[in-house]
Each structure stands twice: as structure tokens, then as C-alpha cells.
Design a binder for this molecule. Sequence first.
Ligand SMILES: [Zn+2]
Ligand SMILES: [Zn+2]
Length: 217
Amino acid sequence: MLVDLHVHTNISSRCSSVQPEELVERARQLGLDAVCVTEHSTFRGAQVNYEYALERGFKVFRGMEVYTELGDMIVFGWETNIRYYLFPFEDLKREVQERNGVIIPAHPCRGVADARHRHRDGMDEDLLECISAIETHNGAMTRKSNDEAECIREKYGLFGVGGSDAHHVSHIGRCVTVFEDEIADEVELMEALRSGRYRACYGKEVLGVDLEIEPTA
Ligand SMILES: [Zn+2]
Ligand SMILES: [Zn+2]
């Protein structure tokens, strides 16, 4: 099952131009089986896209992307609307663990969410005990940054996921996660993410479409 695990839409992410109808149309056209909508710090956009897609027979899984002092975190299993720009990681961990949710560091080699998006070497080892995987393939990062994330994955024996981090319709599918099993809903998605029965890859390798990521960052 091919899933783009990291997409922003214009419902809740002002930085994205992707409309729900574009999302469904493009994902279908590419041959994706589902996409995860992960808006910044709110569940609302995911819910709106989920309902829109459901009516049209396409699968959207609902998540969020939360800015923390340890970097951006993809989160499943927590439905909320965070008002802080930078949410304390300890609080995020508690909220998500209480709900048996899943935390995945997004683009772990981009650096913490600040205006400069500065580069950072490695990943905070405090994260290891509470994450299910790391994002080794991010469609908005350079190959170099993704390669570094892959090195971190190997070093710590983690699972790796892929998502486009699309903010424009043409970026959807640049990176994907290939799951071995069919996934019906977010509960099964979280089980799958803990199981490691998947791999991350570039969309062009599995979708047969030229979806090259940007050469520079
Ligand atoms: Zn991010
Ligand atoms: Zn993102």
C-alpha cells in the first residue's frame, strides 16, 4: 500500500496551496492508495480533508505536524489544536503516549523550526525511547539531508518513513511509504508504523512518474 505520509493543505496550513479536491485528484492520478494530512499544530485540516475524501471514496489518514524544541514531529492519535508556536516536547510526549499515539520526527536533519531552518547534525537521543520511526525521505529536503536521516535511522536501528511534505499539488508523492499490509484507518496505521512492516522511498521509484525532489534547499 502506497502512502504519502506528510501533506499540508490550504485548509489549515497557510503556507500550502493544496486544495482538498486537488489532493484527492492528484493522489489518485499518481496511484497512491492514501495520503496523510499533517497540518501544522492542528488536527482540523486533516479532519476536513478526511471528510472530503471519504465522500469520494479516497483514503485520508489524519495526523498533525507539531513544532517542538527537538524539531518538527509528525503525530498520529492526538486530535487537538495547539496555540503555541513551539510546543514543549515533554508535553507532546505525555499527550501522545496517554492516547497510545505515534510520534515520528519529521526531516530530522533540517534543524529545529526556526526562521533559518538551520542544519543540525544528528538527532537528540532523548527521542529514541518515544518515537516509532523517523522520516528518512522528505520531499521538501535535499537528497543529502535525507541521506543523513537514513544514516541516523541505521545508526539507531529505527524504522524509516517517507512523505512529500507537499505544500503544492505538484509535490505530492515525491516521497512515500510502502506498507506491506492494507491499512483501513488511523488505528491500523499506528499499528503498522510500530510494526516496521514498511519502507520509505522516493515516489519516482514506485509511482513511475518523474517526481524529482529539489536539488537545493
Ligand atoms: Zn516540518
Ligand atoms: Zn511538513
